[in-house]
Design a protein around this ligand. Structure first.
Ligand SMILES: [Cu+2]
Length: 435
């Protein structure tokens, strides 16, 4: 494969035309209402595979049919996890709910977090986890309580004020070897204290507890200083149509005012590799096109309608990228779990309000920042991440709340090839479908 960097047709100033479609109603997922356990590797990134030293369980928490209060008598299909007094178990939590961030707690038991998104963390002890969709957290739990039954429970962290959410509580049962689930025993499992649905302080306390296990060799100096706004918006309804958003608008979401449109002919990666023009443009803005008070109570309505387009941001191979993710208060501020494909990144800092480099750079953790692949950008706040663009190709960055992707809360990085085969994009498989 050639090592030369060649101008690609994606640099042509083409712009795909696209007509906005109708708003789709927001529906909750229909995954089963329970926390399931099974033995599996914790993440698809093979280089972050964890070797469990104690029995390991993966708990898929997902939400659905309304169970508003914990059942005194668990239903027959509630997952039961048998444990023995005195042992320490590794529990691996994955938030498999598509549209809900979740608090997780275990009645009467502390959890010692040892990993998040399959990167080791300094152990820290907490009674509550917060996971955005797709996020994972591995915890050690010592069975140091009286032999009985204890609920593991999860329910929403709903940060957007006045926006409906799934208020289901999902449960599993940690059951000591106590014979206490025999018919007729009638001992209801103990239920944990969970934070209030809107307890942003609990979410922040959890993310603030995450630090890398070891001191980090922070990548630098920064080659690309990016500032992306992430948030919601509203499109005008196309003429002659009826739309499901407020006042006959269509729900939108954007990054730097660009509402991402997936191409419907070629994938961006294929268009990049095969130099197919007209699929995307490379003019994704490094900073917001208009600066404003992003987290103000009343953001001007003139800033609510993004531009629908398929734009990528080009990165040179090996460049050090620092990205400020700035939440906005357009339509409704919300904690957006922002996920990048192809990379793990360090989270240097998080905060509320508008990011201000003059004072907030001093808050960067340049010693042991946590490495993750999804960062919950605080509601009406910001997060700063850093990574090295050493994985060539096209990588989507998007909100992991599924419905926000459909509204356009996504963009793509196009990372150039470096030098030689090991730093260059592989050819597509021979059986790549022709259409
Ligand atoms: Cu989002």
């Amino acid at each position: 494969m050639s090592c030369e960097k060649q101008p690609g047709p994606e640099q042509l100033p083409t712009s795909p035309t696209h007509s906005p479609s109708m708003a789709s109603p927001v529906t909750s997922t229909t995954a089963p209402t329970k926390v399931c356990a099974c033995l599996l590797p914790s993440h698809h990134h093979p280089h972050h595979y964890l070797d469990p030293v104690v029995p390991s369980l993966i708990l898929y928490a997902s939400v659905t049919p309304p169970v508003l209060a914990p059942p005194a008598t668990p239903s027959a299909d509630t997952t039961v996890i048998p444990v023995k007094a005195g042992e320490t178990n590794l529990l691996r939590f994955i938030n498999a709910a598509l549209n809900t961030e979740l608090f997780v707690a275990i009645a009467n038991h502390k959890m010692t977090v040892v990993s998040a998104d399959a990167s080791y963390t300094k152990p820290f002890t907490t009674s509550v986890l917060m996971l955005g969709p797709g996020q994972t957290t591995d915890v050690l739990v010592t069975m140091d309580q009286p032999a009985s039954r204890y609920y593991i429970a999860a329910r929403a962290y709903a940060s957007a004020q006045g926006v409906a959410f799934d208020n289901t509580t999902t449960t599993a049962i940690l059951e000591y070897d106590c014979g206490c689930s025999e018919p007729g025993q009638g001992v209801p499992p103990v239920f944990p204290a969970l934070p209030a649905y809107n307890d942003t302080g609990a979410a922040s306390a959890f993310s603030a507890g995450l630090r890398s296990l070891s001191t980090v060799d922070i990548p630098g100096p920064v080659d690309e200083n990016l500032f992306f706004t992430v948030g919601l918006g509203l499109f005008d309804c196309p003429p002659g149509k009826t739309c499901g958003g407020p006042n006959n608008t269509r729900m939108a979401a954007s990054i730097n005012n660009v509402s991402f449109v997936l191409p419907d002919t070629y994938s961006i990666l294929q268009a990049h590799y095969q130099r197919v023009p007209g699929v995307f443009t490379t003019d994704f803005p490094a900073v917001p096109p208009v600066q404003f008070d992003y987290t103000a109570q009343n953001v001007s309505r003139s800033l609510w309608q993004p531009v629908a387009a398929t734009k990528v941001y080009k990165l040179k191979y090996g460049s050090v990228v620092q990205l400020v993710l700035q939440g906005t208060n357009i339509f409704a501020a919300e904690n957006h779990p922002i996920h990048i494909h192809g990379y793990d990144f360090y989270i240097l800092a998080e905060g509320f309000g508008n990011f201000n480099a003059a004072k907030d750079n001093a808050r960067f953790n340049l010693v042991d920042p946590p490495m993750r692949n999804t960062v919950g950008v605080p509601v009406n706040g910001w997060a700063v991440i850093r990574f090295v663009a050493d994985n060539p190709g096209v990588w989507l960055m998007h909100c992991h709340l599924d419905v926000h992707i459909t509204w356009g809360l996504a963009m793509a990085f196009l990372v150039d090839d470096g030098v030689g085969e090991l730093q260059s994009l592989e050819a597509p498989p021979v059986d790549l479908p022709a259409c």
